[in-house]
Design a protein. Structure first.
Lengths: 316, 316
């Protein structure tokens, strides 16, 4: 079914139509992708801020404070909240994200939760699609909130102009290892819950680790915050603005744009190739027969995959 | 370069040769894949245990205790530790994993750390390749340790026969949302650091959430532990054994085998398709030219990806 005039409605910022388009994209309604293509030339205007950190670090509270400040400045704000919800049963559980709902009646704030489950093309692709729609709608700032440590964070970097990493004082030794990884991702490090014991120690640790980096490494700012009392939140917005101005004036902004484009292209090639291979398998011998042979060790998965690819590419 | 006789050496359990093969696989030395294919028919003997949980939950301590007990039982143990290390600078930082090194002089324990960065085929594929090698070497038990919440956990499920999820008492409200996702993944829930306040409350919360599930949901065991003092670790091994026996006697074991095979096939098709597409791009117009056009919004990434695919498949 073609959604008549939806591209124009989305460009005009109509939330209901945009939300429906996002759902159609998730459901892989073919026409939806064509609409996304039509929206793409109208994107690039939004500033994308990634906020990441461990569960319990207070990310959602920080995102909530950012929304409030950007709204006060008259900006339109989009939020993509990637939920640590069940990969199988669906239903994103909002938890303390409910706090954010005070913005729900504000037409200029568009919050979209994304379950981590069931994204055939990967979470990264779904996130990118939503960002594309929000960008085309005319949002000035888009905040992407992710949880966890690992590939998700890397995806945030390739998505965001500015990456904010939230840590809390004293979460044990293992956190040290994580911080090392985090340092390379973050543009801004927020030590939240800084009214707790060990906050200064955490700041000192992080500073030391930053100092140990190679010469010429990018500038990373460290801030202390008590987000629940809105402490440090004005400073955070200032730090984001400062980083944004640096991006504008440097080749870094262009480099990130290219990185983002490359990530998207690779994601999509991977997804499309798999989609077509699966379609091919279902139409022919069947996926389940091949899977069964792998499980029985009659064929190894590497040879099976090569076989599928050869068929996909017309047996060269 | 062909590594003469390496398949035989790996099958004989030679650690040095196996480690070298793993590195060659990571570096995508073509001959290495052929060796992996040759090893595949010799796999399926290992029991795979996934251990996952948030940073600071004490996963590594638990894995350490598991290794010790399996060694006492005379079993050969492989460990794949997926490190929350830097996605860019390389070098996995071991942190408190150093404790595990007491097993380093034990020939029957093979520990392999895996950085989360730079896996073209995805972390899941690299993990699977290592498991295949360890399995073929004759390890009885392979423990896969992952950090974070999200896609990693799902991958652990599709890899492991038994999934152990580690939580700690009172990590704030947001943890509630995560637990809901975790319940569907876990076969065994370990409330570690159970000498802390709130441990009983956490157990009660988890039990309640388990009770709320639909009828016919799988059995999930909850254990309390103080891993640092080895408390609850004998019970954990017993719970793993119990689950293992259930798998043997039920269709669940077969279902998981098929699920694992399907995941591997899809992962590999995706990877190979991307590899070939990238090779194609580099030989022709060039990847960078296309990426630049996307960044400049001269072409949208969806159309660009379709174009790459069409070329890959011989312009049907």
């Amino acid at each position: 079914m073609v959604a008549v005039g939806r591209v124009e409605d989305v460009l005009a910022g109509t939330v209901v139509r945009a939300a429906r388009l996002m759902r159609d994209l998730d459901d892989q309604i073919p026409g939806a992708l064509e609409e996304l293509k039509a929206l793409y030339p109208h994107t690039g205007g939004a500033f994308i801020v990634g906020v990441t950190g461990n569960p319990g670090s207070g990310k959602s509270t920080i995102v909530d404070c950012l929304i409030a400040q950007y709204r006060e400045a008259g900006l339109r704000v989009g939020v993509v909240a990637i939920d640590p919800s069940s990969p199988y049963s669906g239903g994103a559980i909002l938890g303390d994200r409910i706090r954010m709902q005070r913005h729900a009646t504000d037409d200029s704030v568009f919050i979209r939760s994304l379950a981590t489950r069931g994204h055939l093309g990967g979470l990264s692709r779904s996130t990118q699609d939503i960002i594309t729609v929000m960008d085309a709608m005319g949002h000035d700032v888009i905040i992407v909130e992710t949880v966890g440590v690992g590939q998700d964070e890397v995806d945030v970097v390739s998505t965001a102009h500015t990456s904010v990493v939230v840590v809390v004082p004293g979460l044990g030794d293992e956190i040290q290892a994580i911080k090392a990884g985090i340092l390379e991702i973050a543009d801004i490090l927020v030590v939240n819950k800084a009214d707790r014991d060990g906050a200064d120690r955490t700041v000192a640790d992080l500073s030391m680790m930053l100092d140990l980096r190679a010469k010429g490494a990018k500038t990373v700012r460290i801030l202390k915050a008590v987000a629940i009392k809105e402490g440090g939140m004005v400073e955070l917005v200032e730090a984001v603005d400062l980083h944004r101005r640096e991006l504008d004036s440097e080749t870094e902004g262009r480099r990130r744009g290219l990185e983002r484009a490359e990530t998207r292209l690779k994601d999509l090639v991977r997804t499309l190739a798999l989609e077509r291979a699966l379609a091919l398998l279902e139409s022919g011998d069947g996926l389940s027969a091949l899977v069964e042979r792998i499980a029985e060790r009659e064929i190894d998965p590497y040879s099976a995959a090569e076989q599928v690819l050869a068929e996909l590419m017309g047996n060269p």
